[in-house]
Design a protein around this ligand. Structure first.
Ligand code: NDP
Ligand code: MG
Length: 395
């Protein structure tokens, strides 16, 4: 039986890389559902190529336009509309695996649905785990889902660990997430004030969506990944450490109790962690090129400086703070990055918006495990309003 795939966020960077891997293995994978937000032409092109049973668009107007085009071309695809459509597909009986590659907290409801329905859940959408935290993990456990990390660092850690999760706590002393340092690793911090979206999105090693590219430039991406790792591997915040490794060859490391260091290496290509998530526990061809050891001049490491990357350090503060703090951090960052990308906020003000939103008195949740996802999303919305007020005052 082929694995029936639902790819949420199929028109994005992770989504298209997932389809690239799936296309190499038509005997293993059947693409049954695709989703996008508003890019109708991109999703239509994917429907022509993949002829999925369903295509969903979270933007209702866009879904209507897609439905008209799909009908006109006689494609066999049923078009679904609105954010609830993603939730329905993620939990559908005729879906085996869900690639969660929506960007932002908007992906949380569908991730929760896939977790509760016991799917094989390939998680690229780190923001969903940063917002969902304990609730997300509880839903995975209760639903009997298989949570497979797609973020390259977390896939690296996962690849260094045995399949039997019950042994992880005993063997891990701590983990080290590697970070490239992004495009401004060596820039004078004073020169960052006038950085443009184009400069911030020009990542030296990875080609990614615009939001995560800006997060890489501020290193807020690594802050989100610290929080993500805390939940994925059930670690104390102090067991998650970060080192800058500009070559992006070592994707992360596990430091064992006996001080043995296990690392996963490879060319920086997201198709490797995607292929591993798709095929786990087996290995399949990913399309990535082989690592050229002799072409590697050196592998170097640096400590991240607080003066240059203050956003990174908010991760541990939020994890040690009141419940709900990581959801507030994520919401403020999403708003600040959106404002920066639409040239309403300076690059260097992104961190201020996040830090100041975190300081404000947002009523925090008493996060018992039965807090519904709606409460998390309400906190997310409240933090966004605060962040937008701060952004407006900075202008
Ligand atoms: P992109 O911006 O390239 O793609 C995002 C996808 O989500 C698109 O299909 C987009 O549709 C859809 N989308 C956007 N907003 C919404 C919404 N509100 N509701 C539903 N769907 C929406 O992002 P990436 O592929 O770069 O990243 C996706 C996720 O994977 C992020 O969480 C990111 O942090 C994570 N990730 C990405 C990596 C990478 O290499 N790109 C590496 C590691 C993690 P449309 O095209 O219509 O706008
Ligand atoms: Mg990553």
């Amino acid at each position: 039986m082929r694995q029936r795939l639902c790819i949420l966020g199929s028109t994005g960077s992770i989504g298209t890389n997932t389809l690239d891997v799936a296309a190499r293995h038509p005997d293993r994978f059947e693409v049954v559902a695709l989703s996008a937000h508003s890019r109708v032409d991109d999703l239509l092109a994917q429907c022509r190529q993949w002829r999925p049973r369903w295509a969903a668009m979270s933007d209702v107007d866009a879904a209507q336009r897609l439905a008209v085009a799909v009908r006109a071309e006689g494609l066999p695809t049923e078009v679904l509309a609105g954010p609830q459509a993603l939730v329905a597909l993620a939990g559908h009986d005729d879906v085996d695996s869900v690639m969660a590659a929506v960007v932002g907290a908007a992906g949380l409801p569908a991730c929760m649905a896939a977790a509760r329905a016991g799917k094989r859940l390939l998680l690229a959408n780190k923001e969903a785990l940063v917002v969902g935290g304990a609730q997300f993990i509880a839903a995975v456990r209760e639903g009997g889902a298989q949570l497979l990390p797609i973020d390259s660092e977390h896939s690296a850690i996962f690849q260094c660990l045995p399949e039997d999760r019950s042994t992880w706590a005993q063997r891990i002393d701590h983990i080290v997430l590697t970070a490239s340092g992004g495009p401004f690793r060596q820039a004078d911090p004073l020169s960052l004030r006038d950085v443009t979206p184009e400069q911030a999105c020009a990542h030296p090693n990875w080609v990614m969506g615009r939001k995560i590219s800006v997060d890489s430039a501020t290193m807020m991406n690594k802050a989100l990944e610290v929080i993500e790792a805390r939940w994925l591997f059930d670690l104390a915040p102090s067991q998650v450490k970060v080192v800058i490794h500009p070559q992006s060859i070592i994707h992360s490391m596990v430091i064992c109790r006996d001080q043995s260091v296990l690392a996963q290496l490879g060319t920086p290509d997201m198709r490797v962690p995607i292929a591993y998530g798709l095929s786990f526990p087996e290995r399949i061809a990913s399309g990535a090129s082989a690592l050229d050891f002799l072409g590697l001049k050196s592998l170097t490491f640096e400590a991240p400086e607080r003066a240059r990357f203050p956003g990174l350090f908010l991760a541990w503060e939020a994890l040690e703070g009141p419940h709900g703090s990581t959801a507030v951090l994520n919401a403020a960052n999403e708003e600040a990055v959106a404002a920066f990308l639409s040239r309403r906020l300076r690059f260097t003000d992104i961190h201020d918006v996040v830090a100041r939103t975190l300081e404000l008195e947002v009523p925090r949740l008493s996060l018992s495990l039965d807090v519904p996802v709606e409460a998390l999303l309400a906190l997310d919305e409240q933090a966004r309003r605060r962040a937008r007020e701060i952004i407006a005052r900075l202008n």
